[in-house]
Design a protein around this ligand. Structure first.
Ligand code: PMP
Length: 431
């Protein structure tokens, strides 16, 4: 595999773009080596500027659940383009997608479209504050909710990868209203609630966190949060930017049978276009301007091209329940295969897996929160990443990310992935 174009582009990019990339983890800092620059993607594959092909395990960090360049979405976008790219005025398509989201996601009775997951979470917190008249909110250590100021405190994903989970530039004034709790620990929430009674507007979390690597909620944990929030008048917000339309058509809330008050969405909802959304109970969403006083707006919100892609994606998922059994089966085969290889090589690493999301952690300990995720050997992960990349498998370039599988992975490709995994694990453990 020859990589020259990517290297040249990266050298040039560094002159004009901070760190050479438009989002930090893309720079491969955590895994060493230079990033590969992508020319195109199709189905289960992405292709770099040197025309090397890689099997996709990230899928644009989640959106491409049906694989890349799906003809149905491509055609919907091209057709929409024929009528203009942006109007900044209401459209029929927005009404249609809102109705569909309400029908698919249990907690959502009304929904507002935005342009990213970051916007969705920032707006949801503002609305929860406006609704309750309280300032503080609880966030879980190692969870990532985009780069809004008040979330860049013990943040996951790229923030941990870059070693700055608490970003400079976030003022003390902002940070003091973000209360931190460890995931999967209800006592810690009870303590925070008792110490801040009637001051907490919201509790936001990734119900199934993917941004410290994948971790799963302990039995009864999500329901326990629901009960505390009910008792205390706290708005429970599930950030389902990753899990929405992925773990089930109604997201983690459908899978675990726990309905939050508000939900934030992104990624799959845009079919690969820049889209996010936040929604929830009518009585809460009626506080959003112009129905209510909480201001939130966007020049490109509900963009007709983005809505065409999103609507096509969601309609497909809504009409094809078999997608989820297919994704579950693909995820099961890969996670089981990796576990078998790990143990057959006499190694002891943890695989967390749910549906089409998984993480291989380079620690033998159970990983169920940020503290346990940090036990992973990130240097060894870096070697594994490179060993997989050179075998044509494109993983997320950080230990603290989940992988996102697509329906484009055939049994033959799964075999390639598992063979590469075995060879890579052998290579990185050679004395
Ligand atoms: N919330 C979660 C759970 C996410 O995983 C992400 C992004 N990975 C975001 C919010 C932010 O979304 P965006 O990158 O679209 O701003």
């Amino acid at each position: 595999m020859q990589i020259t174009q990517s290297k040249n582009l990266f050298e040039k990019a560094k002159n004009f773009i901070p760190g050479g990339v438009n989002s930090p983890v893309r720079a491969f800092r955590a895994v060493g080596g230079d990033p590969i620059f992508i020319k195109k993607a199709d189905g289960a594959f992405i292709y770099d500027e040197d025309d090397n092909a890689y099997i996709e395990m990230i899928n644009s960090w989640g959106p491409m659940i049906l694989g890349h360049n799906h003809p149905m979405i491509r055609e919907a976008v091209i057709k929409a383009m024929e009528n203009g790219t942006s109007f900044g005025a209401p459209t029929a398509r927005e009404v249609e997608i809102a109705e569909l989201i309400v029908s698919m996601v249990p907690s959502v009775e009304k929904v507002r479209m935005v342009n990213s997951g970051t916007e969705a979470t920032m707006s949801a917190i503002r609305v929860a504050r406006g609704f309750t008249g309280r300032d503080k909110f609880i966030k879980m250590e190692g969870h990532y909710h985009g780069h809004g100021d008040s979330f860049l405190i013990s943040a996951g994903s790229g923030a941990i990868t870059m070693g700055n989970p608490d970003s400079p530039g976030v003022t003390k004034g902002t940070a003091k209203d973000t209360l931190l709790a460890p995931y999967n620990n209800l006592e810690a929430i009870e303590e925070l609630v008792a110490a801040n009674r009637n001051e907490i507007a919201a509790l936001i979390l990734e119900p199934v966190p993917g941004n410290m690597g994948l971790a799963l909620p302990k039995e009864g944990y999500l329901q326990g949060l629901r009960d505390i929030c009910n008792r205390e008048g706290i708005v429970l917000i599930f950030d389902e930017v990753m899990t929405g339309f992925r773990l089930a058509k109604g997201g983690a809330q459908e899978l675990f049978g726990v309905t939050p008050d508000m939900t934030t969405l992104g990624k799959i909802i845009g079919g690969g276009m820049p889209v996010g959304a936040y929604g929830g109970k009518k009585e809460i969403m009626e506080h959003v301007s112009p129905a209510g006083p909480v201001y939130q707006a966007g020049t490109l919100s509900g963009n007709p091209i983005a809505m065409a892609a999103g609507l096509t994606m969601l309609n497909y998922l809504n009409d094809h329940a078999e997608v989820y059994s297919q994704l579950n089966s693909i995820g099961e085969k890969i996670a089981t295969g990796i576990k078998e290889t790990v143990s057959s090589l006499g190694l002891n690493y943890t695989v967390n897996h749910l549906g089409s999301m998984y993480s291989l952690f380079f620690t033998g300990e159970e990983v169920y929160d940020f503290g346990t995720a940090k036990h992973a050997d990130t240097a060894l992960f870096g070697k594994y990443f490179q060993a997989m990349l050179k075998r044509g498998i494109y993983l997320a370039p950080s230990q603290f990310e989940s992988l996102f599988l697509s329906t484009a992975l055939t049994d033959d490709l799964i075999k390639n992935i598992l063979d590469a995994n075995k060879e890579a694990l052998k290579e990185i453990h050679q004395p």
